[in-house]
Ligand binder design. Sequence first.
Ligand code: FES
Length: 189
Amino acid sequence: MTEPAISSSSDISTSEPARRGFLYKAFTIVIGAVVGITPALAGIVFFFDPLRKRKAAGGFLKVGRLDSVPQDGTPVRFTVIVERRQDAWTTYLNEPIGGVYVRRDGEEIVAFNTTCPHLGCAVDYLPGRGQYLCPCHDSAFAIDGKRTNKTPPRDMDRLEVDTDKLKAGEVWVKYQDFKTGEEHPVPKV
Ligand code: FES
């Protein structure tokens, strides 16, 4: 007949440190996983950022009403606002992300990014001179966005306008930022 196993005091004293060691390792693994997964989650949130998705999908943003654009071809500046943007754990609502100049060119509605293609300052429109001027290093552009001096590396960046929305009296622009200092427009990602 087999005798029941009885733990001796020396068995207990050796199993207790082993149990503590196991718990310590488990705790370390859990903490390591939490620390490791946080940046990964932030990356996932960034990837699914609505603004990023909208740009990646080539979506249009409403910038204003068509009746706000003067008939005489004078450009009007609209602020581009994104309704909702998620940055890691923070949600931004109605956040300005840039600006556009919109004007009538005959029957056509044209839009330009207000960012100077030289080094990224905001370009002003000077009604008295009928041209755009950047206050930072004097890049100058004609009313149609073409550069008129050699400071900027290219013309102002033209943006696509949704012609279907124009019929409904709204101006929707495919907003995009471009790299500065490049001879040709290179979209920022
Ligand atoms: S940033 Fe506009 S001229 Fe330099």
